[in-house]
Design a protein around this ligand. Structure first.
Ligand code: SAM
Ligand code: SF4
Length: 364
């Protein structure tokens, strides 16, 4: 069968048997289960006028489960991450978690959420078998948190974090997108969280993707830049705060950071991992530096969008439509697995630093 390749903007690596363009290197499948969200984070979505995917375009739970079966049975992939949009706004999330945990070979199922609904969902998610949680928090100041997320309530998210710990989630990760002039004054406060909580705070460099026209920061107010869109002018590139600066900011206030053995961090992904040397920290600090130090050479992930596109790279890269395969009743797990092999071959050697799709469409 000829696979419907939607976009191929990068060199192919058809002859390579190992390395990031080989399916044998893939360890994680990130699955976006919705493009919708109850937030409108300034770096991820425009405030108004977002057009959502029609419901019939979104993969059903049975279809997602079928993809996971192909990934485990044929490629031996064991780790899966549910993401969005905001995964907790998809009805039936708990059922999906339970369905996926019943698939043979699923060893690690995790979820990335903005945390707004976590207070009610933490326990049922844990009971359904979810292994790990990542919660995104970009400011510890309630007003700033609201301005960054445009609708979010920091207090609700922090209650969600407490409930998640009480429900038995260990090694919770907190994702914080670092943005110059927006939250760079708070990085040490985020790092301080690791002195009293057993969490890993991960600082993620802002990535200029899709319609995420990041803002200018003037007089303590955020002013959205001109609509960027694909090829737009203002992508807020000056908001990028490289890892080296972020580390300096933390070390100036809290003393040195010591490197931690990556193997000891569950689901470590592309992050470098550190710990504060002083103050007997319980938690750790990670940096995900896709802009200042691209980790494409060791990339071990594949992505599935909510509407059934396998995606090779977060930035520019190839996509393969597997909804067509899923909805053709004659196709087998082998056809899905073959599409995965083909998609991984579309990975760029090094990403371009820009991408045409906003993060909420890809899942981060
Ligand atoms: N809604 C969930 C959340 O926010 O955690 C899951 C989806 S979100 C797209 C996944 C991660 O991508 C979040 O941690 C978010 O902060 C991050 N993200 C979104 N847009 C980004 C951007 N332009 N640059 C860097 N990180 C971004
Ligand atoms: Fe929603 Fe997550 Fe994007 Fe924020 S980063 S708008 S919470 S999908």
């Amino acid at each position: 069968m000829l696979l419907p390749i939607v976009e191929t903007s990068r060199p192919r690596f058809s002859d390579i048997a190992t390395g990031p363009a080989s399916i044998s290197s893939v360890r994680v499948l990130r699955i976006s289960i919705t493009d919708r969200c109850n937030y409108r984070c300034v770096y991820c979505m425009p405030e108004d006028g977002v057009s959502w995917l029609p419901k019939e375009e979104i993969l059903t739970f049975e279809e997602i489960t079928q993809v996971v079966r192909a990934a485990t049975q044929i490629h031996g992939i064991r780790r899966f991450k549910l993401t969005g949009g905001e995964p907790t706004v998809r009805a039936g999330l708990i059922d999906l978690v339970a369905m996926l945990k019943r698939v043979d070979g699923v060893e690690d199922l995790s979820l990335t959420t903005n945390g707004q609904r976590l207070a009610d969902l933490a326990r049922p998610l844990r009971d359904a078998g979810l292994d790990r949680l990542t919660i995104s928090i970009d400011s510890l100041d309630p007003d700033k948190f609201r301005r960054i997320t445009r609708t979010g309530d920091l207090a609700a998210v922090l209650i969600g974090l407490d409930r998640a710990e009480q429900a038995g989630f260990g090694s919770i990760k907190i994702n914080c997108v670092t943005m110059r002039g927006i939250n760079d004054d708070e990085l040490a406060n985020f790092a301080r969280l690791t002195l009293r909580r057993k969490v890993t705070v991960r600082f993620i460099e802002y990535m200029p993707l899709g319609d995420a026209a990041l803002l200018n920061h003037v007089d303590d107010h955020f002013h959205p830049g001109p609509a960027a869109g694909c090829g737009g002018q203002n992508r807020g590139d000056d908001a990028l705060l490289p890892e080296s600066e972020a580390r300096d900011l933390i070390e100036r206030e809290l003393g040195p950071l010591l490197p931690v053995d990556r193997q000891s961090e569950p689901g470590v992904g592309p992050a470098s991992v550190w710990q504060l040397a002083d103050g007997k920290p319980l938690g750790r600090i990670g940096f995900i530096s896709a802009m200042s130090a691209p980790f494409c050479a060791t990339c071990n992930r594949l992505r599935l969008t909510a509407d059934g596109l396998l995606r090779a790279c977060l930035f520019d890269g190839g996509e393969i439509d597997i909804k067509t395969i899923l909805r053709n009743s004659n196709e087998s797990l082998d056809a899905l697995a073959h599409a995965m092999t083909e998609c991984v071959r579309l990975k760029p050697t090094v990403h371009s630093g820009h991408g045409g799709k906003q993060m909420s469409r890809i899942g981060g």
